[in-house]
Design a protein around this ligand. Structure first.
Ligand code: ZN
Length: 319
């Protein structure tokens, strides 16, 4: 293929979760019945591999594109598409959990990737909180707190507002609490060690499995727990770099009516999710795509500059 590649539009995959709600309908999605907690907007993970909608690759999955058309991701290394972009609707509290890093996951979870994740808060309760970090200084102290059910002493609660951002490194104890809507950018991994699940029962009356030993292996007891998720990075021409780590960079891009933005796509690929606003268009050398709140796209290698027009906020990421 010598032509300039166009944007790749993906169809999200939804997951039912006991803590989920119905607010993903706000994004114009047709979601399954019951509580739905997760929209996997950009994913090639075997637990939810997104299909391409329209264009020359219509009907293929993102993992197939990665394997069979790697020129679309030129320069990106690894045997799998490395990122996973989700929108989470926490109607109820998520379990208190922690994720391993690459080295631990590779050894203990069949070669899986670890999970560095980050959250952009799309909506929350006025007095909303989130758990990021914990207060035990050692494995022994942590084990003692768990034994004594001292969850409130152990967890670090942070007040949240719409537009906050949290970098959740592997080894960080965390939980999204009820009434929170979040866009999550993460490594393509589904390895979670559950520390505490409030003793709540699933539909079939059983408790979800906990993984305390593994959790205690991977918790970073020296990490400084944050006190705020307020974004302090500057906004330049609508673009704010929310974070940068060895796995991915995350940007927030705000586009106003009558003020189009040009975004250079000089990375192996770029993930684009429209999270707010009426929507608009994205134009590249290959054409123009209509997008709206809830759209998820991948801008492939060599697609050139993206011209964004309309009224929308996007969260973008690249490796
Ligand atoms: Zn997590």
């Amino acid at each position: 293929m010598n032509e300039t590649p166009g944007l790749i539009v993906l169809k999200p995959v939804f997951h039912n979760n006991i803590w989920g709600g119905r607010r993903l309908e706000q994004f114009g999605y047709e979601i399954p019945d019951g509580p739905v907690g997760e929209c996997w907007g950009i994913s090639a993970h075997p637990h939810g591999d997104c299909e391409v909608v329209g264009g020359p690759f219509d009907g293929m999955t993102l993992s197939q594109l990665w394997d069979e058309h790697h020129e679309l991701f030129e320069g990106a290394k690894g045997d799998r598409f490395p990122l996973l972009i989700k929108i989470l609707d926490a109607y109820d509290d998520l379990s208190i959990q922690v994720h391993p890093d690459d080295a631990y996951a590779c050894e203990h979870e069949n070669g899986s990737l670890g999970k560095h994740e980050c959250w952009y808060v799309l909506d929350c309760h006025e007095q909303g909180h989130i758990i990021v970090g914990q207060h035990a200084h050692s494995r022994e102290e942590f084990a003692q707190m768990v034994k004594e059910n001292r969850w409130y002493d152990m967890e670090n609660f942070v007040p949240i507002q719409k537009g906050d951002f949290f970098d959740i490194k592997p080894g960080t104890v965390h939980a999204i609490l009820g009434a929170t809507l979040i866009l999550e950018t993460q490594q393509s991994s589904d390895v979670t060690y559950r520390v505490y699940d409030y003793d709540r029962k699933q539909a079939d009356g059983t408790l979800r499995e906990l993984h305390l030993e593994k959790a205690m292996d991977v918790i970073d007891y020296d990490a400084q727990a944050p006190t705020s998720g307020k974004v302090t990075a500057p906004e330049v021409d609508g673009v704010t770099k929310l974070m940068s780590c060895k796995y991915f960079d995350v940007l927030r891009v705000r586009v106003d009516k009558d003020d189009p933005r040009i975004l250079a796509q000089d990375h192996p690929f770029m993930c684009l999710s429209v999270v707010e606003g009426e929507g608009g268009t994205i134009t590249t050398a290959a054409g123009t795509w209509q997008v709206r709140k809830g759209s998820h796209l991948v801008a492939p290698f060599g697609c050139g500059d993206l011209r964004l027009e309309g009224d929308m906020t996007l969260i973008c990421s690249y490796v």
